[in-house]
Design a protein around this ligand. Structure first.
Ligand SMILES: N[C@@H](CCC(=O)N[C@@H](CS)C(=O)NCC(=O)O)C(=O)O
Length: 220
């Protein structure tokens, strides 16, 4: 049995949870937030998600965990067969992480605390997300999945990598950078319309109040 450590409002936690569910793995969730005293013993980075494997090995870093799940449970396959297509899948995941999720996080404190953002940070984030979305637009086919006619790990990764850019969008000074990705709205609808996505979204909604209470307690 795999233990998945983290919390239900974490986008990276939900990527791993989604992949575990698609693969039908037996797992249990251990709700733990960053800064929890015991987290460093489980997660070398002090970040979530982390997993504990059936043999008791701890692993952190989402992309590493996703690769491990594919190795552990090759079926249903979430990376394509050829080395080139697998690399393209990982390329899209890396671009989403480095050029969309990470830059968008600069505005996350302002969103969560419902504060006006620093205009310089807002402009920098707009520029970064504009570039990131151009990269994503160049890589995806949306036919109907991100990289063709099969669901891949890149679809799972993208669904949750878009959460923070979507949350911070209202704080950006110019137009919505996500509009540069053709077919994104239809793809999002398709991805949301599955039992797994509905369950994850429901768990996230159920945990939102507790998460916000933690944020507001920390900012006092
Ligand atoms: N590179 C990490 C990023 C994970 C991450 O940023 N997790 C957030 C929660 S969504 C976290 O633990 N933040 C606490 C921190 O950065 O100290 C991964 O791929 O798993």
């Amino acid at each position: 049995m795999i233990i998945l450590h983290g919390f239900a409002t974490s986008n990276y936690f939900n990527m791993v949870k989604h992949a575990l569910m698609v693969k039908g793995c037996d797992f249990e969730e251990n709700t733990i937030y960053p800064q929890a005293p015991g987290l460093r013993a489980i997660s070398a980075t002090g970040k979530v998600p982390a997993i504990t494997t059936a043999s008791g090995q701890h692993l952190a870093e989402t992309s590493v965990i996703l690769d491990y799940l594919e190795d552990l449970h090759p079926q249903p396959r979430l990376y394509p067969e050829t080395a080139e297509a697998r690399a393209q899948t990982r390329q899209l995941m890396k671009v989403l992480e480095l050029y969309l999720d990470i830059p968008a996080r600069q505005l996350l404190p302002a969103v969560l605390r419902r504060q006006a953002p620093d205009p310089t940070v807002a402009k920098q984030t707009q520029d970064s997300l504009t570039k990131g979305c151009e990269m994503v637009a160049q890589l995806v086919s949306m036919a109907p999945y991100a990289l063709g006619d099969q669901l891949s790990m890149a679809d799972i990764f993208m669904r949750y990598a878009l959460s923070i850019p979507t949350m911070v969008k209202p704080l950006l000074p110019d137009s919505d950078p996500l509009l540069a990705v053709p077919g994104l709205a239809e793809w999002q609808k398709m991805m949301a319309n599955t039992d797994i996505a509905r369950r994850i979204d429901a768990d996230q909604a159920a945990n939102y109040a507790e998460f916000m209470a933690r944020i507001s307690a920390k900012s006092k």
